[in-house]
Write a protein that binds this ligand. Sequence first.
Ligand SMILES: CC(=O)SCCNC(=O)CCNC(=O)[C@H](O)C(C)(C)COP(=O)(O)OP(=O)(O)OC[C@H]1O[C@@H](n2cnc3c(N)ncnc32)[C@H](O)[C@@H]1OP(=O)(O)O
Ligand SMILES: CC(=O)C(=O)O
Length: 534
Amino acid sequence: MTQIQLYDATLRDGMQGEGMSLTAAEKLRVVHKLDELGVHLIEAGFPASNPKEEELFALLARESFVNAEIAAFGMTRRRDVAAADDPALRVLVDSFAPVCTIVGKTWGLHLEKVVRVDREENLAMIAESVAFLREQGKRVVYDAEHFFDAWRDDEAYALRCLRAAADAGAETLALCDTNGSSLPHQIAAATARVVDELGDAVRVAIHCHNDCECGVANSLAAVDAGARQVQGTVNGIGERTGNANLVSIIANLELKMGYEALPAGHLDRLTETAHYVDELLNVAPDPNQPFVGRNAFAHKGGLHVAGVRADATTFEHVDPALVGNHRDLLVSELAGKATVVEKAEEAGLAVDDAAAARVIERVKELEHEGHQFEAADASFELLMRRESGEYEPLFTLESWRVIVEKREDGKVQTEATIKLWADGERYVHTAEGNGPVHALDAALRGAITERHPHLADIELVNFKVRILDETKGSDARIRVLVDASDGTETWGSIGVSTNLIEASWQALVDSLEHPMQPGRADVAQAAAARPART
Ligand SMILES: CC(=O)SCCNC(=O)CCNC(=O)[C@H](O)C(C)(C)COP(=O)(O)OP(=O)(O)OC[C@H]1O[C@@H](n2cnc3c(N)ncnc32)[C@H](O)[C@@H]1OP(=O)(O)O
Ligand SMILES: CC(=O)C(=O)O
């Protein structure tokens, strides 16, 4: 199998994305994660750029890695300065990194407007910079900036720039679609020509940006045309619309194109790695990200779920486990009986065909009234239990009452009183809270915690309110979604009513009843063994 060298630029080009910033210590953690994943080269930063990147290189010098080598990034010498006297090239030489990646110009527009040198001086800047780094014992990746724009402008000069780097000793020539302006057929044609001209002497690499949303497609097209190193960033972070997403590139190279990319057996680390980087960057993982997003293998259409139950390959392009992800079935008005049966099996419930039909009919009615079960797994499970006769109520409600009082001093006091029956006994409890839902929650728990002491461990961790038909003003229906957790498992419940407190009450009761249902502990254990839906 042909090996493709994976070059990660998350910590250099990725950090050029809006809002992206990591400390040196956090970057070090990313480097170790990428090393564990098995990428071959990690462009850790631009050490001549700022003290943080200098600090990172000092930290990296003390570390060892299993799979990865570190590349230090810089640029060709400045105009009218000898390479040996260029301070930024000196920083590269002084860095411990065995590989130096330098970016240089190729496109006439940039020579004229940005660096303001003629074509021959630019060729000298490329050749002398590469040669200097080689003399100092470094291996060199040469990034030909704006290569594809240059190619469209003047093919012959673009090739001369590459030759200058190759002849001076660069081991890899990266063709950069810096503005992300190219399309796959353009990338394929130009890359094939470069491979034909120079591919015997050097490794040809591809470095794409995503401005036309073709970053991944362009990278794959280049590999298909003979590129043997692919550069990209985790989750496609980077300047403007980002870089080519290395996560999708790796999955496609291995699963669709038959190349060897990561070390054998490492592909299933992909999802975890993608989420780890998001976590450090403090960004929510994109649920719709191909391969690793939580919706990448989530099925909602009833017909699709029925197909997946018969044979997963009917609606899945790859097995989610191969990339460390997992399948999910979403319950909604678009579901059919197959979804219910699958969900019932997961919950350890015996739901026959007739019960499944009743459940799905109820789901459709309730969603029409404003429910949304996708985010309310606990309420859906209780609904299945009610239809299959496996539901045990925690109590029977006699009544509840909430009083909200605004006083002369401006303070708002809330008090809830609850009257309920459990196992033949009547309980009455009053509690105060900082709002109606808080007071009701406190009163309910106060009434039944003696009977169910483990309710004390359950916390409401999220409370979301949405007005469903805004045009009806204060008559509008309100949807309340509650997330509750016992510290290990988290579950969602829902309530819908024209009264906010009643909608909250429904969601609250479901959130407390759910974990107390017979057999729940075993189901929770099985769920904990499955990968989390993050
Ligand atoms: C396509 C890419 O992603 S390339 C990487 C882009 N990343 C970054 O720019 C992040 C890090 N950059 C930095 O910290 C700073 O820009 C530095 C330290 C590199 C340079 O800072 P400054 O010296 O202040 O220059 P400035 O940022 O204004 O860049 C313009 C200068 O770079 C020169 N330059 C630009 N590209 C190149 C190149 N490939 N080779 C040589 N010189 C270059 C220009 O000629 C210009 O020099 P001049 O000021 O003498 O006319
Ligand atoms: C080098 C680089 O990041 C580019 O040309 O896009």
